[in-house]
Design a binder for this molecule. Structure first.
Ligand code: SAH
Length: 302
């Protein structure tokens, strides 16, 4: 299967072909069709207005301290604008932390963003490493959006999103120097996911995920975790499942960071903004009662 051409695709079909010899598997199950539909229809202001700040569109959460002085200094009329800029800054800081853990990435490397959304992290990765970045999403709308952003930034020769199932990636064995899931691993079985990352990663390659997971110390998924699952139509895994599925698939954790304390300020600020979606309380309560954790795991493919 060749993946060297960068012909733009019109990712509208369930199965999309880049050329006659290359079929790209899209949604494979009724559940994945639901998820494709969910993200095709998703247009929440909390995602779009933040992305409008600088053209990097994220579908993940933020980390780091809130610059309260900047918000206070903005005055009543501009408070909302400043809060949006601040939430966006924290979301980009989250992506930066993920990229920090990819290790050394040469310019001729290929990176894989599994579950790439509107492509904010892909653009940041290319800007940092100058290499090729391949994104996969179930949503044709998201893939088109990400490709338009890359085109506008003049980097569409190196950054490309495609409609594709990350459990069946269109890459050769060992083709990727590094790969990641930024808040996209709760849509799939972890053993299937890590088996596929392990296949496409070169030996010595790096895998990174940032994800919410339920805490085995709490016992079982709390009612807040169940609410988050229902809200996003996803299936949050436990910390234990992540580590077990990695160990079973030649992914050996090098770094594990509990980002829960670092993400709380983001949620506290977001809960005070006009962009609330109604799920803020579930995140805040589950982080505070210890049933849910925000985790970064960086692993070596051995
Ligand atoms: N990583 C992005 C988007 C996170 S939203 C960001 O940080 O902004 C979750 C993403 O996972 C969506 O793009 C959705 O299409 C994708 N996704 C879920 N299941 C998938 C699957 N089986 N294959 C490919 N992408 C998937």
């Amino acid at each position: 299967m060749t993946t060297t051409d960068f012909t733009p695709t019109t990712n509208t079909a369930t199965t999309t072909a880049t050329n006659s010899a290359t079929a790209i598997p899209g949604p494979a199950t009724p559940y994945q069709d639901d998820i494709a539909r969910y993200w095709d229809q998703e247009a929440r202001p909390v995602n779009l207005r933040l992305g409008d700040v600088d053209g990097l569109y994220h579908h993940h959460y933020g980390i780091g301290d809130v610059d309260r002085a900047a918000i206070a200094a903005s005055g009543d009329g501009d408070r909302e604008k400043q809060v949006i800029a601040e939430l966006h800054r924290l979301e980009s800081a989250q992506a930066d932390l993920l990229l920090d853990h990819l290790g050394h990435v040469p310019r001729d490397a290929t990176l894989v963003d599994a579950g790439c959304g509107r492509g904010g992290s892909m653009i940041m990765a290319h800007q940092r490493f100058g290499c090729r970045v391949e994104g996969l999403t179930l949503s044709a709308k998201q893939a088109d959006f990400a490709n338009q952003r890359a085109h506008r930034a003049g980097i569409d020769q190196s950054v490309r999103a495609r409609v594709c199932n990350m459990l069946d990636m269109p890459f050769e064995t060992g083709q990727a120097a590094a790969s990641w899931n930024n808040e996209s691993s709760m849509y799939v079985d972890l053993h299937d996911l890590f088996a596929e990352h392990s296949r496409v990663l070169e030996v010595g390659g790096r895998y990174v995920t940032i994800t919410g997971c339920w805490n085995p110390v709490y016992g079982q998924p709390s009612k807040w975790v169940s609410l988050i699952n229902a809200h996003f139509e996803c299936n949050i895994h436990s910390r234990r499942e992540y580590l077990r599925a990695m160990a079973d698939n030649r992914l050996v954790p090098q770094t594990i960071i509990d980002l829960t304390p670092a993400t709380l300020p983001y949620w506290e600020l977001r809960a005070t903004s006009s962009l609330v979606t109604g799920i803020e309380e579930a995140f805040l309560n589950s982080y505070r009662d210890g049933s849910f954790q925000y985790l970064l795991i960086a692993a070596d493919r051995v």
